[in-house]
Design a protein around this ligand. Structure first.
Ligand code: THU
Length: 141
C-alpha cells in the first residue's frame, strides 16, 4: 500500500475513535476497514455494563461492512489509547477480532497498527494469526 493510502486509513480510524463508548475501561479504539474498491467502513469499541457484551472497534467496522453487503477487504487500520492520553504502544487486534477478520480478509489482509499518522506498523493477518482457521478448512475435498 502507498504511504498516502495508509495515512488516510489511519486518519479514518482516529475519526472513528472519537465515538468510542468506554465508560468502564476508558480505552478508546478506532478502526477503519478498506474494501477492494476503495470504500471505508469505520468502527469504535462499544462497552457494556455486562462486560462480555462489549464489541471491539474492529468487529464493529467488520459487521457494519458485512451487513451492508461487503465480503472482501484489503486492509484495516487500528488506533487505540486511554482517554486523554497519547499512545505509547500500538493497539493490535484481540484474538477474537483476528478470527473474525480472518473469515473475510484471510491471511493476506493488511493490518496497520498506528500510534499516529507517522508512527505505525504494517503487517498482515497471516502474521498475526498463523495457521488461522477459516472457510477453507470446512471445504469438502
Ligand atoms: N479493544 C478494541 O476495541 N480493540 C482491540 O483490538 C483491543 C481492545 C477494546 C475492548 C474494550 O472496550 C477496551 O478496548 C479495553 O479492552
Amino acid at each position: 500500500m502507498e504511504k498516502e493510502q495508509i495515512q488516510a486509513l489511519i486518519r479514518d480510524a482516529f475519526a472513528a475513535k472519537q465515538f468510542a463508548y468506554t465508560p468502564y475501561s476508558h480505552f478508546n479504539v478506532g478502526a477503519a476497514l478498506l474494501t477492494p474498491d476503495g470504500k471505508v467502513y469505520t468502527g469504535c469499541n462499544i462497552e457494556n455494563a455486562g462486560y462480555t457484551a462489549t464489541n471491539c472497534a474492529e468487529r464493529t467496522a467488520l459487521f457494519k461492512a458485512v451487513s451492508e453487503g461487503e465480503r472482501t477487504f484489503t486492509a484495516i487500520a487500528i488506533v487505540g489509547s486511554l482517554q486523554g492520553q497519547t499512545n505509547t504502544l500500538v493497539t493490535g487486534p484481540c484474538g477474537v477480532c483476528r478470527q473474525a477478520l480472518y473469515e473475510f480478509g484471510g491471511p493476506g489482509l493488511t493490518v496497520i497498527m498506528a500510534k499516529s499518522v507517522d508512527d505505525y506498523i504494517v503487517t498482515t493477518l497471516g502474521e498475526l494469526l498463523p495457521y488461522g482457521f477459516g472457510p477453507a478448512n470446512l471445504e469438502k475435498s
